[in-house]
Design a protein. Structure first.
Length: 370
């Protein structure tokens, strides 16, 4: 039916009754907009009869809006018309967005972050306790130690990382030596570069650089592996078969990092000292023999043991965090990526925090003061 053949919408009033006839549809009301004004002019207390009107959903919606978004107390309508009107009558309009002040949003964000941190800390402590139980079990049942998995993770986390740690350590040693040489040369204290490089690299930079590289390389890979196994329901399959995911997955990874980190820290420190020695020779004309002769005189063995001891803690922290976030992955690929990112960020942050804690604690001990 074309717009020309439509009967125009009409409103007739008789006494206290308003009767609608004609086409009260989208097409009809578009061509006769004055009909809506006539509806708004009639009081809602009148008796409305719309049974003879031809209505569609748009026409009824406009009619309901012209009534002030409510229905007349006396309404005569067909069942279909009444059903549509009742649908809009009982619909709840969406609440406008809550207007909050800036300080309130900040307080809410801090609160949400505190609760999230509490949940993460609780899960981390639970994993730590379960790992302690696994250690007790393996010490009492040495035949259950997963030696093959342990050796595989030692190779992936240790041997495979020798190249990148050597390159980064060597370059950092060169940069550190160049920067310190420019300042020491101004005071004629060229030989003190051995003291600076030896203590700072063995005690701080070597273990810290190795830990950061391992956290970004091995920690993320461990989180992704456990998370993907959880998404594919492989962890559930292991439990059905009577295999402990903690014993077969988490323990070898964490133990391997605890064993490999001191070796990587020592390797990184040696390459950093080599780069620093070369830069000292180029910049200060400090012979290799003089560098090596002075090194054991000013760098005490305690600095090496402090660095190696911190590396063990760094490795255990990285492994614990990687497994913690891996087991918390949900069944979506988005959760896997987010957990992997959180794992790397959390591992690097905790490693730096632990390094600062050890630096302050050990500086108060006379035995490790330079």
């Amino acid at each position: 039916m074309t717009a020309a053949s439509l009967s125009p919408p009409q409103l007739t009033t008789c006494a206290q009754t308003a009767t609608l006839t004609g086409s009260w549809t989208f097409a009809g009301l578009t061509t006769q907009p004055a009909a809506r004004s006539a509806v708004r002019a009639v009081p809602l207390t009148a008796q409305w009869d719309i049974q003879a009107a031809e209505c569609d959903s748009v026409g009824l919606l406009w009619l309901w809006q012209d009534w002030g978004q409510t229905l007349p107390a006396q309404l005569l309508a067909t069942p279909a018309q009444h059903a549509l009107l009742q649908q809009w009558q009982h619909s709840t309009p969406s609440a406008p967005p809550r207007q909050t002040s800036g300080w309130r949003e900040a307080v809410e964000a801090v609160g949400r972050g505190a609760f999230a941190l509490r949940d993460q800390a609780t899960g981390f402590i639970v994993l730590l306790g379960q790992l302690g139980g696994a250690w007790v079990f393996l010490l009492t049942h040495p035949r259950e130690i997963p030696l093959k998995a342990l050796s595989a993770h030692l190779f992936r986390a240790g041997v495979s990382a020798l190249g990148i740690t050597a390159l980064v350590g060597f370059l950092i040693g060169i940069v550190l030596s160049y920067l310190s040489a420019q300042q020491l040369a101004r005071f004629g204290a060229n030989t003190f570069i051995v003291d600076f490089l030896g203590i700072s690299i063995l005690r701080e930079l070597g273990p810290l650089l190795a830990a950061i590289l391992v956290a970004g390389r091995s920690g993320s890979a461990m989180t992704a592996q456990i998370g993907m196994m959880k998404i594919n329901q492989e962890l559930d399959a292991m439990q059905v078969l009577g295999l402990s995911p903690l014993l077969r997955l988490a323990w070898p990874k964490i133990t391997a990092l605890g064993l490999a980190m001191p070796l990587l820290a020592l390797w990184t420190s040696l390459l950093a000292l080599l780069g620093g020695m070369l830069a000292a020779y180029w910049e200060l004309d400090l012979p290799f023999a003089q560098f090596l002769d002075r090194f054991p005189l000013v760098v005490k063995p305690v600095h090496l043991w402090v660095g190696l001891g911190k590396s063990v803690v760094f490795g255990l922290l990285i492994g614990l965090i990687a497994c913690h976030f891996g087991f918390r992955v949900q069944s979506t690929s988005q959760s896997l990526g987010a957990s992997t990112t959180r794992s790397v960020v959390a591992a690097i942050t905790l490693v730096i925090v632990a390094d600062a804690f050890f630096a302050v604690l050990l500086s108060l001990t006379l035995a490790v003061k330079p």
